[in-house]
Every structure is written in structure tokens, then in C-alpha cells.
Write a new protein. Structure first.
Length: 106
């Protein structure tokens, strides 16, 4: 009986570990601050799913198909950098990106 329980716990742990990357917590999103470095954002959110840049502006996009454990809707996070610093972050539900305001020119 102990072996069955241990096997079940191991199986659930493996399944759960595979799903963790699909979620992003509200705390992770709220930890992102203006002025943070690329490295700091990477430590909090991990590698981006998509990356874009134009001139000095760089944009990292994270898509989480399952949202958070408490909100199953898809969530997208967009972090914009100029140089090595966060200048803005946008989060929204769903896969369609809303129109973005023009980025500041430095």
C-alpha cells in the first residue's frame, strides 16, 4: 500500500512540475518594476516566449495559455525595455493584443 501511495505522489508531482511553466502568478507580475534590468526580469519570469526589438526598444512577450491556477483564462505579459531597463509592462487576458501606445523617444 505504501508503494502505491508513493507512486501516486510521484506521478502527481511529475505532472504538476510539467504544468508549472504554463502558469504565472500575480506575485510574479507585480514584482516587475520600472527600471529593473533584463536580468532581473529574466530571473522572475524566465525566458520570454517571444522577443522583438526596434532601435533602442526591446520587447519581451510571455504567453501563458492557462493563466494562473485561480484564473484559467490565457494571460499575456509584455515587458518593454530601453537599453537594459524596464520602461513599461502590460498584461491582458486572451491572445489578441490590444493596441499599444507609442513608445517614448529618448
Amino acid at each position: 500500500m505504501k508503494w502505491k501511495c508513493l507512486a501516486l505522489c510521484l506521478f502527481v508531482s511529475v505532472l504538476n512540475a510539467g504544468c508549472v511553466s504554463y502558469y504565472v502568478s500575480n506575485k510574479q507580475m507585480m514584482d516587475i518594476r520600472k527600471g529593473m534590468t533584463v536580468e532581473e526580469v529574466g530571473r522572475i519570469l524566465g525566458e520570454p516566449d517571444y522577443r522583438r526589438f526596434e532601435g533602442d526598444l526591446e520587447e519581451w512577450e510571455y504567453r501563458r495559455d492557462k493563466g494562473t491556477p485561480f484564473t484559467p483564462a490565457p494571460v499575456t505579459i509584455i515587458v518593454q525595455f530601453i537599453g537594459n531597463e524596464v520602461i513599461s509592462m502590460d498584461t491582458y487576458s486572451g491572445g489578441d493584443r490590444p493596441a499599444l501606445p507609442p513608445h517614448p523617444v529618448r
